[in-house]
Design a binder for this molecule. Structure first.
Ligand SMILES: [Zn+2]
Length: 139
């Protein structure tokens, strides 16, 4: 059971504007609540403080698991994942292919896209529907 107070959970999700802070999927579009991600996982000593918490969709959170880094395919270097509390999404990612896919434009962006499977076939197909409706991308 989580020890994060409900008020903090609501603050995290509200400040993220009900979007996953990794893939920017809106909880309103998927009809599922977001979860609270520990940027540094609790199993690695991460705290329940606001600065270690991010709003995440269920999929990103599951794929991230208890990891914090991955190998960047461009540099072959071990690189920390994107940190939504310390970094700006727009500086690390960009939409491509009619905003149906995300590319990492930095090493942190690239390892995050890969590890969290931000371009998995299910969400890419769904994004194309959102784009056609004018609901996506948020920015
Ligand atoms: Zn997500």
């Amino acid at each position: 059971m989580s020890s994060i107070p409900k008020s903090i959970r609501q603050q995290v999700i509200s400040e993220a504007e009900q979007r996953c802070e990794y893939c920017l999927t809106s909880s309103r579009l998927i009809g599922m609540p977001l979860v609270i991600d520990h940027i540094l996982p609790k199993s690695l000593g991460g705290s329940d403080e606001r600065e270690n918490l991010a709003a995440s969709c269920y999929r990103c959170n599951e794929f991230k698991g208890a990891r914090i880094q991955g190998i960047d395919p461009e540099t072959d270097e071990l690189t920390m994942f994107f940190n939504p509390r310390k970094q700006l999404w727009i500086e690390h990612f960009a939409w491509i292919n009619g905003a149906t896919q995300v590319i990492g434009v930095t090493a942190a962006g690239r390892v995050t896209v890969i590890a969290l499977r931000i371009n998995n076939e299910y969400i890419v197909a769904t994004r194309s529907i959102w784009v056609a409706r004018g609901w996506h991308p948020p920015y």
